[in-house]
Design a protein around this ligand. Structure first.
Ligand SMILES: [Zn+2]
Length: 264
């Protein structure tokens, strides 16, 4: 009795048998299978030129142990990729090529199945790479987000500016750390809840004109900690200010001042 698994496993050994590389129980198993399996017998006939070529090329040399690995690697290209490179003697490489060529002639259907299998594997692998890249991107973004405030706080040119609540928000307060080269970190507390359609906007107040430093959205307790990248080429600010502006911000302040701090 020969089941499908035996047939598949034994058919893989036919090229080895053809070039005389099998010994002992494997050789016996292939031989008895060949006697009852027409498909494998046909495959063996297709390898006959290979066996002859090999016999002529190297009649005295017993197939070394690596032959089995080499030929199996050549006929199972997909699995061979994961293996360490095998150094083939030139005649052996030629024989392996002949094995492959003969195999191509008789088992196009087998190869087509393998190609389909490999295409599926490739799709899966690409999906995994995709997923991996997405995770790396997310991780890098998280790392950058965690690093940005630290970079500002440790900048050699960092300056601290404390902001005080103004008459519309006397309880509010904030502290900013600004580095011309690395950006700005601001923490604020007790800011009044934003009215609908409004947002807080932070300004560099310069001798010329206020320059927007970014938008601020407090949490539901009126607090926030935000890191902003700011233009490096602004004139030296004389103060920082926070105003209430229409959503999206404005190019110049239009609303009430909520926080103001003088830059030393
Ligand atoms: Zn068979």
């Amino acid at each position: 009795m020969t089941d499908a698994f035996d047939h598949d496993a034994l058919r893989e050994l036919v090229p080895l048998y053809a070039i005389g590389a099998l010994t002992g129980p494997e050789r016996a198993a292939v031989e008895s299978h060949l006697a009852e399996c027409a498909e494998c017998a046909a495959e063996l006939r297709a390898y006959a030129p290979v066996g002859m070529a090999l016999a002529q090329a190297a009649p005295q040399i017993d197939p070394p142990a690596s032959l089995r690995t080499a030929v199996l690697a050549a006929t199972r290209g997909e699995r061979a990729q994961a293996r360490a490179p095998i150094r083939l003697a030139p005649w052996l490489a030629a024989a392996a090529m002949l094995v492959i060529t003969a195999g191509l002639a008789v088992s196009v259907a087998v190869l087509q199945r393998r190609v389909q299998f490999l295409e599926g594997e490739l799709r899966d692998a690409l999906a995994r790479v995709d997923d991996g890249e997405r995770r790396v991107t997310v991780a890098l973004r998280a790392a950058a987000a965690a690093e940005a405030p630290l970079a500002v706080l440790t900048a050699p040119d960092v300056r601290r500016i404390d902001l005080a609540g103004q008459p519309v928000a006397p309880a509010a307060s904030a502290r900013a750390f600004w580095s011309r080269s690395r950006g700005l970190v601001i923490t604020a507390s007790n800011l009044p809840a934003l009215p609908a359609g409004r947002i807080y906007q932070l300004w560099f107040v310069t001798a010329q004109a206020p320059i927007s430093a970014g938008l601020l959205t407090p949490d539901n307790r009126g607090g926030l900690t935000t890191t902003l990248s700011t233009p490096a080429d602004i004139p030296n600010p004389v103060a920082l200010a926070v105003t209430l502006e229409p959503e999206g911000g404005r190019p110049a302040p239009t609303g009430d001042k909520y926080l103001v701090g003088v830059a030393n």
